[in-house]
Design a protein around this ligand. Structure first.
Ligand code: GLA
Length: 730
């Protein structure tokens, strides 16, 4: 709900309040974000602090608001604040000062924006606030979109040049927010290729902590999600604020703790690779920033994000549909396959209950290694003499669906496309362009490039029955330069590149509405809300070792639902880590995800095949609970001698708990595991005998019992008993 009273704006969701308003000088200031408070808002909202070293606006005769620490809702650099502005503008005189003042506020049906950036769908309400600098003509429209049931508020800004001179924007963040003088820890998801999204937590002290990506993608190194938690906050208890960005390119988040201990938070497009020219009449839209607050722990924050993503980010045909259980050819055959071997693979997979074969890299052009062929989307007829049409028919005859790998944004120097259009790559022309994985990035800021790739992909997708595409992206953007953009637009390339990627995704999803697209970027280098608007699932990591995946998926679960995570059972020993693990453990770890297999089924023993049949049976039985239920982390990596997580079905009638032992369970403390999300008075049955009550399971906990080996898995599937078995209230 949005209430407007005396120039104070109060946005409330089910359990949170967000208040901001206009002061006597016409500044738009942030008042409060946190647990839901009374409609009338704040009894006291004076943020001014007396100090002898203060800067005041000339019209602030009473010195009510020292500029340097004023909590502006959105402001431009240069007018007296001691931390970077939400935006920063240089006018034709070369000056970098601008002052945004409040103009109007209104409830609107929807944000008046283009479709260039992906956005969250179906907000309950949209609030529009307009600010303006009357001197240089810059107008900023702020949008607040409310998703009450998820306790999510989504913010974005549209910056427009209503003046007569050209303005150069070198910063345009999506979000500025302020928190009071409490202690907070910054939680973020960090790593590198094959080790994405481990949780890092550090206290915030005076100064700036910043995270971000300059890779041209949201990156393996750090994810655009971050949280600010009180020091005592755990998965089950304590206050936390969570943030994310609906964007897939260079991004930055900054947490500035001022000398009074107050926090000033910003997130948006990374200013380092961004210089945007706003000629009179032109505008720039920022990506949407997503904010949530939870009073009772990190699991609640994650739950808010998970619900929001499932309901408002995921869209189209696959939004609520059960995804096909697939076998992927990459770790199965790499580049070494032909039609006969793929049909054999499909047949053996079908016998075990698998539903789709995904043909990964190597099916096109001269692609027998990663040295050639990218950009030339024509079938490699040495491997597939009958073409994809014939292969796909044979796969379908086996009763399987068919999926195909593309890497649309890239080109190998050894390709017909590069030989024909060397000017189509991203490169600062005066320097030799660096290679990465033997490839260059295509300049997607150029509409001719996007058109060309769209048409090449359509030719392939129209030539065969293809139900699924794995969309890969295997190198960062470096040495930025475009032969398409004018010199004064070169600073726009990194953002325009991302807009080009979204444009291609939009055109493809419109033309093939039933196509399931899985995102991927050398594993999980572009695991973000922008891609999730087009790809309901994203390959989590090229590291498929279940011990490592426990850490990667645990971190990913902070911000993203399991349905978004591509997780496969691969061979043992693992091809990347060389570590052996049981088939049981590999399946237990991959099952809370978009599940599949990625190993040579032909070499498995009968016993292993039988195990896989049983796993697939278990997958179908628990699918509903896993994919539409609420997820709880019951332990963090390294905290206990096991990893454990829980799902509670949407209707509350069942709960699935998985425990994977990471140390031999001998001579260790009692292994009790306190569960979450159950009904206190309800009785739950696990197996034939065991009936336990919700309150006991959540307070005393589940007894993990007998000694266990490393890698041993225990799953507990509790079903709520019908009401007469439930305990009566006293
Ligand atoms: C990337 C992906 C892998 C696989 C290879 C193919 O590394 O993450 O899953 O598709 O490319 O080259």
């Amino acid at each position: 709900m949005i209430a407007v009273k005396n120039n104070t704006f109060h946005i409330s969701t089910r359990r949170t309040s967000y208040l901001f308003g206009v002061d006597e000088q016409g500044n738009l200031l942030h008042w409060y974000y946190g647990a839901r408070i009374h409609e009338d808002g704040l009894a006291f909202r004076d943020f001014a602090r007396t100090t002898t070293w203060s800067v005041y606006a000339p019209d602030d005769e009473e010195h009510a608001a020292p500029l340097q620490c004023t909590p502006y809702e959105y402001f431009a650099s240069g007018y007296g604040t001691f931390y970077p502005g939400s935006c920063s503008i240089r006018n034709e005189a070369g000056h970098n000062t601008s002052r945004l003042l409040y103009r109007s506020a209104e409830l609107v049906k929807m944000a008046e924006v283009s479709t260039a950036l992906p956005r969250a769908l179906n907000p309950d309400e949209v609030f529009k606030v307009t600010l303006e600098d009357p001197i240089n003509g810059l107008q900023v429209v702020l949008y607040y979109e409310v998703f009450s049931e998820c306790d999510i508020i989504v913010r974005s800004a549209v910056l427009k040049n209503n003046g007569t001179q050209t303005l150069r924007l070198d910063r345009a963040m999506s979000l500025t927010l302020h928190l009071g003088e409490d202690s907070f820890d910054l939680i973020r998801l960090c790593g590198r290729w094959a080790h994405e999204r481990s949780v890092i937590r550090t206290p915030v002290g005076q100064g700036t902590l910043s995270i971000g990506s300059l890779n041209g993608e949201s990156s393996h190194e750090v994810n655009p999600f971050f949280a600010l938690a009180r020091p005592h906050t755990t998965n089950m208890l304590g206050e936390v604020y969570g943030f994310n960005l609906i964007y897939s390119g260079n991004w930055k988040a900054e947490v500035y703790c001022d000398s009074y201990g107050a926090l000033h938070i910003q997130e948006g497009i990374h200013p380092e690779s961004f210089l945007w020219t706003l000629r009179p009449g032109e505008m720039l839209e920022t990506p949407q920033a997503v904010c949530t607050y939870a009073e009772n722990g990190l699991n609640t924050m994650s739950g808010n994000f998970h619900r929001f993503i499932r309901r408002h980010i995921s869209r189209g045909y696959w939004k609520d549909r059960k995804r096909p259980l697939l076998i992927n050819s990459w770790e199965t055959t790499y580049f070494d396959f032909d039609e006969a071997s793929l049909v054999r693979l499909a047949k053996s997979a079908k016998e075990l209950g698998v539903e789709m074969l995904v043909l990964d890299d190597g099916w096109f052009s001269t692609r027998n290694s990663d040295h050639s062929g990218l950009g030339d989307w024509t079938v490699n007829t040495n491997k597939l003499p009958g073409g994809l049409g014939c292969l796909s028919e044979r796969i379908h005859q086996e009763g399987m669906q068919f999926g195909l790998w593309f890497e649309p944004e890239m080109v190998n120097p050894d390709s017909d496309l590069y030989r024909a259009h060397p000017e189509w790559i991203i490169a600062a022309q005066e320097y030799p362009a660096p290679l990465c994985r033997n490839q260059f990035v295509l300049d997607f800021s150029n509409p001719a490039v996007v058109d060309y790739i769209f048409e090449s992909m359509c030719r392939i997708l129209d030539s065969a029955r293809i139900e699924y595409v794995k969309w890969d992206m295997n190198r960062p953007l470096t040495c930025l330069g475009s032969t398409y953009l004018d010199a004064d637009r070169q600073g726009e390339l990194a953002h325009r590149y991302v807009l080009g990627v979204y444009e291609l995704l939009q055109r493809l999803t419109k033309r093939y509405p039933k196509l399931l697209i899985e995102g991927c970027s050398g594993g999980g280098g572009r695991f973000d809300l922008g891609m999730l608007c087009y790809c309901p699932q994203i390959w989590c990591s090229d590291n498929t070792d279940p011990f490592e995946r426990l850490v990667i998926q645990n971190g990913t679960s902070y911000a993203y639902p399991v349905a978004a995570m591509g997780c496969h059972v691969s061979a043992s020993p693992n091809h990347y880590t060389k570590r052996a693990s049981s088939l049981e453990m590999r399946a237990a770890v991959a099952m809370p995800g978009s599940f599949g297999y990625e190993l040579d089924l032909g070499v498995l023993s009968d016993e292993e095949k039988q195990q896989i049949r049983a796993q697939i049976g278990q997958y179908h039985k628990t699918y509903e609970c896993i994919h539409n239920g609420t997820y709880y982390r019951l332990s963090e990596p390294g905290q206990r001698d096991f990893a454990a997580w829980q799902f509670v079905a949407e209707d509350g009638c069942s709960s699935l708990i998985t425990v994977v032992f990471l140390k031999p369970r001998r001579n260790l403390p009692a292994g009790r595991l306190r569960l979450c999300g159950l009904e206190e008075q309800a009785a739950y049955r696990c197996g034939e005998e065991n009936v336990l009550y919700g309150d006991a399971l959540m307070n005393f906990g589940l007894d993990l019992g007998d000694p266990a080996q490393i890698g041993e898995v225990r799953t507990y599937y509790f079903e709520k008993q019908n009401t007469n078995k439930n305990r009566k209230e006293d």
